[in-house]
Design a protein around this ligand. Structure first.
Ligand SMILES: *[C@@H]1O[C@H](CO)[C@@H](O)[C@H](O)[C@H]1NC(C)=O
Ligand SMILES: *[C@@H]1O[C@H](CO)[C@@H](O)[C@H](O)[C@H]1NC(C)=O
Ligand SMILES: *[C@@H]1O[C@H](CO)[C@@H](O)[C@H](O)[C@H]1NC(C)=O
Ligand SMILES: *[C@@H]1O[C@H](CO)[C@@H](O)[C@H](O)[C@H]1NC(C)=O
Ligand SMILES: *[C@@H]1O[C@H](CO)[C@@H](O)[C@H](O)[C@H]1NC(C)=O
Ligand SMILES: *[C@@H]1O[C@H](CO)[C@@H](O)[C@H](O)[C@H]1NC(C)=O
Ligand SMILES: *[C@@H]1O[C@H](CO)[C@@H](O)[C@H](O)[C@H]1NC(C)=O
Ligand SMILES: *[C@@H]1O[C@H](CO)[C@@H](O)[C@H](O)[C@H]1NC(C)=O
Length: 443
């Protein structure tokens, strides 16, 4: 008897004390890598486009560097009805002639994984059948079709499921925001002590979590609740990733705005649970090469899921090279350090200043291969950015211990070995570009 009590005590002691979601399905330790149809095709999705993307992932070498999810976003089903016998959502036979199962089989045959989309409401954002109230049926259906990833959106929430308070998102997509980026306080503001894990939003997302965990299939759970309801406080107990803002667009001001917001929420990121800064726009809109590589560098460095959102058969080689950057992908997928890179200096602004156009500019993070250091020029003109080793966390200590102040450095964009670099680096940086270095041993 005493022995078994001791064993139970020991077993309890090794369980995580907070964020106690035990992911018995064993997936989602690292940020997901893949492709999704929405940013490229919005509602115009079909099996041809999905299989073109899947095949391009192989021929372009994206599968070989780790991208493995092929995700079908909104508008994949018959719009106005479920199957009147089984109650299941019915794949649109014109768009998916072999059904979602047939498409998923083809994706699996290529050594890739298949994702699908629904909403925690009565309809998807595009007005198609969604899952609130029928979570178990839909989760079972997705599992039976061979689905490996669910993106779960937040449209058409029934009135009896809305939240008591407004969970403000400081990009103005939910609630009133002041110029300094804080949320306006009014009679819809939650008390400071309010536990957002008790909100209806958190409950809606937990119902689908439980339905997915009940399936005999590993399905990654991607919460798309737009950063509302203080999701960083309960996301890790609910899903593998959670959106921290409203939707992305293919424009630099929006990329900078999302990076700024996310920079204040990175304490929520570690193994098994990731802030989702939204799907990549590399290849879309008219972002410059510099803007595209800053976008990718910071999405990788903050350990957001990296879900490509462009027509891969049209992607210029230079942008493909950004998406395949080995240093950034290695940082994203590091098996020993789960935490993201974080700002060590804001640069243009005083530290910890909220500024949608001028997010933090100087960042660092630990990885197996060394310290990743990034410096961003948020200005619309070329400017100098100076990285000083003694300012960079983790390097500062080494610097003092060894008394050296010199490190082995590799440029993450060119792969050039810069050898033993003393003091730091001072570079001219184009508008909206990011310089990046992997800083290794002292020398
Ligand atoms: C059920 O759906 C089938 C075909 O989709 C249709 O032919 C049939 O009339 C429907 N039955 C009812 C009761 O609505
Ligand atoms: C809203 O109504 C539905 C249908 O009656 C019910 O199943 C659900 O529990 C209700 N939601 C809440 C938060 O009470
Ligand atoms: C933001 O502005 C409001 C209103 O001017 C002020 O009350 C609040 O303290 C400011 N917050 C920060 C973090 O500066
Ligand atoms: C909240 O304030 C608004 C005006 O700012 C007012 O119209 C509304 O009635 C108030 N609601 C409650 C519940 O006090
Ligand atoms: C999220 O939960 C996992 C365990 O499920 C834990 O390992 C991880 O540290 C948690 N993340 C944070 C930021 O606490
Ligand atoms: C392209 O960029 C310009 C300026 O950088 C901007 O004004 C315009 O709206 C952009 N167009 C699109 C389609 O994003
Ligand atoms: C560059 O930024 C400055 C300061 O924010 C602004 O006044 C100016 O309009 C911007 N120029 C362009 C071309 O965007
Ligand atoms: C960085 O280089 C620029 C251009 O060479 C120079 O003007 C600037 O003073 C340098 N900064 C530092 C801190 O040395």
């Amino acid at each position: 008897m005493l022995v078994s009590i001791a064993l139970i005590t020991t077993a309890l002691a090794v369980l995580p004390s907070t964020h106690a979601l035990v992911r018995k399905n064993g997936i989602g330790k690292l940020p997901a890598l893949g492709w999704n149809s929405w940013n490229a095709f919005s509602c115009g999705v079909d099996e041809d486009k999905i299989m073109t993307a899947a095949n391009e992932m192989i021929s372009l070498g994206l599968r070989d560097v780790g991208y493995n999810y092929v995700n079908i976003d909104d508008c994949w089903s018959i719009k106005d009805a479920r199957d009147n016998v089984t109650g299941q959502i019915v794949p649109d036979p014109a768009k998916f002639p072999s059904g979602i199962k047939g498409t998923a089989d083809k994706i699996h045959a290529l050594g890739l994984k298949a994702g699908i989309y629904s909403s925690a409401g009565t309809e998807t954002c595009g007005g198609y059948p969604a899952s609130i109230g029928v979570e178990e049926l839909d989760a079972a259906t997705f599992a039976a079709w061979g689905i490996d990833y669910l993106k779960y959106d937040n449209c058409y929430v029934p009135s009896n499921w809305t939240d008591r308070y407004i969970g403000c998102v400081p990009d103005g997509t939910n609630g009133a925001v002041l110029a300094n980026g804080t949320c306006a306080v009014d009679n819809t503001t939650a008390p400071a002590t309010y536990d957002w894990s008790t909100s209806n939003t958190a409950k809606r997302y937990r119902i689908m979590r439980d339905a997915l965990l009940a399936q005999n299939r590993k399905i990654l759970y991607s919460l798309c609740e737009w950063g509302q309801a203080a999701v960083p406080t309960w996301g890790n107990a609910t899903g593998n990733s959670w959106r921290v803002t409203g939707d992305i667009t293919a424009s630099w001001p929006r990329i900078a705005q999302i990076l700024n917001e996310n920079s204040f929420l990175l304490h929520a990121v570690d193994f098994w649970g990731h802030n989702d800064a939204d799907m990549l726009e590399v290849g879309n809109g008219n972002m410059t090469r510099e803007e595209s590589r800053s976008h990718f560098a910071f999405w990788a460095a903050t350990k957001s899921p990296l879900i490509i959102g462009t027509a891969l058969d049209l992607l210029p080689a230079e942008l493909l090279g950004i998406l395949k950057n080995g240093y950034l992908l290695a940082f994203s997928q590091d098996g020993s350090f789960g935490g993201p890179a974080t700002p060590y200096k804001w640069g243009t602004n005083p530290d910890w200043t909220f500024d949608a156009l001028h997010p933090a500019e100087y960042w660092s993070g630990l990885s197996e291969k060394g310290t990743l250091v990034l410096a961003l020029n948020t200005w619309n003109v070329t400017a100098n950015r100076e990285i000083v080793w003694s300012e960079v966390p983790h390097l500062e200590t080494k610097h003092h211990e060894r008394g050296g102040g010199a490190f082995e450095v590799t440029d993450i964009w060119t792969g050039e070995d810069l050898g033993c670099v003393q003091h730091g680096l001072n570079r001219s940086v184009n508008s909206h570009d990011t310089i990046g270095f992997l800083v290794g041993n002292s020398c």
